[in-house]
Ligand binder design. Structure first.
Ligand code: FEO
Length: 393
């Protein structure tokens, strides 16, 4: 139980042992943040994943008899936040579930028969719920990052509860970003944005526009640490503006996998030549780096070079998985380059090229494809690609 402001408490669950959030690697774990507002009609903003319910309930009991809760505000249907609603309603059966119109649809579809007797209070953007001293205002944020997503704003404390937006997968005993260190929190917030929010830049910009005149003293997201210092709030909002506009930096990410080190030779040579031009560059072998960590670098890079050998007339499965992920996240305004080694058929490279194009990238000329092992001349030919990259940046 941690006090966020007068009569507002964090009552969430710290998931220290989480290492994968449906495929997003979470080496630092995560938290599911629930917030209890004490007032004439107490309200809980979001719940936690189902297995964190007991801990959340203990935290609530330290503050209030759970049966007194009158509103459970569901900012987002995804089960990491709604997964304990049913169990909590067993403790406070008269409570209303406050959510967006899409939230009601989503909750009914997730909880099926269990939700039949739930009392829903559906809200829209601009609606206000008076719970006593606190007026809670709602901002619908469709597709940031689900159709149902919304933010709740406590006007009397200037606290924004934006659910997944501004969050980070980071477990810690501390609750505030400034207690952990901004470098760490920003790194995790960037990885979170890149992996969860990146496809929805336009919708993020609409949400930021809707909130631009709202006084915000604290941002309390549903994952990770709370932003409370003025400069930290400005910093994360500025970064969200940048990321949502798909701005990139003059840098290159090289991603590859290899069978007999031929594709790796090309990747390393490319890396050396780019580095020699003093262009920031990072090199990732898919065998050693998780795709969610690579995406956290792709969000900054203007050029993505992807390399694979041919296996059974296809690219390697690791590269296939990376490209599938990349196509879904669609980083805009980027350039792509392809390379790889083949034995007797080059058809697989078309998949590499098409995938980068489908991910929204413009290809930098023809790919560099070598038969079996790259010769000194093959490696030297990469100079031409590097010159093109240099001219583009
Ligand atoms: Fe943290 Fe979209 O759930």
């Amino acid at each position: 139980m941690v006090k966020i402001a007068q009569d507002i408490y964090w009552t969430g669950y710290i998931d220290w042992n989480l290492r994968s959030f449906h495929g997003y690697s979470t080496p630092q774990g995560s938290t599911y943040n629930a917030y209890l507002i004490l007032d004439e009609k107490p309200a809980l903003i979001d719940t936690v994943k189902h297995y964190g319910f007991d801990e959340m309930l203990l935290r609530i009991k330290e503050i209030i008899e759970p049966g007194k809760i009158k509103y459970i505000i569901s900012n987002h249907t995804e089960l990491d936040h709604s997964g304990s609603i049913a169990k909590l309603l067993a403790c406070c059966p008269d409570a209303e579930v406050v959510c967006s119109p899409k939230g009601e649809e989503g909750l009914k579809k997730h909880f099926l028969a269990a939700s039949k007797n739930w009392q829903f209070k559906v809200v829209n953007s601009g609606d206000t719920l008076k719970i006593g001293k606190h007026d809670l205002k709602f901002f619908l944020m469709p597709m940031v990052h689900w159709p149902d997503s919304m933010a709740t704003y406590s006007a009397s404390d200037s606290i924004l509860f934006p659910n997944d937006a501004f969050g980070q997968h980071y477990a810690s005993a501390e609750r505030f970003a400034d207690e952990v260190g901004m470098d760490i929190v920003i790194k995790e917030a960037k990885k979170y944005y890149a992996n969860i929010v990146m496809p929805y830049g336009g919708q993020v910009q609409k949400a930021l526009e809707a909130l631009k005149d709202v006084k915000i003293d604290v941002i309390s997201p549903s994952h990770g640490l709370i932003w409370r210092r003025k400069e930290d709030i400005e910093k994360i909002i500025t970064l969200y503006k940048k990321w949502s506009s798909y701005e990139s930096e003059k840098s290159v990410v090289i991603v590859y996998d290899t069978m007999w080190h031929s594709t790796e030779s090309l990747a390393i040579k490319l890396y050396e030549l780019i580095d020699r031009e003093n262009i920031p560059v990072k090199l990732f072998n898919l065998q050693n780096t998780h795709i969610s960590d690579i995406i956290a670098e792709v969000i900054s890079a203007r050029v993505v070079a992807a390399g694979s050998p041919v296996l059974n007339n296809k690219i390697l499965p690791t590269m296939g998985a990376f490209l599938t992920y990349l196509k879904g996240l669609k980083p805009k305004n980027r350039y792509g380059f392809t390379f790889g080694s083949y034995g007797w058929a080059k058809i697989a490279f078309k998949e590499l090229e098409d995938s980068l194009k489908e991910a929204g990238m413009e290809l930098i000329g023809d790919g560099s494809y070598v038969n079996y092992v790259p010769t000194a001349e093959d490696l030297d030919n990469l100079n031409g690609v590097v010159l093109k990259i240099k001219n583009l940046l």
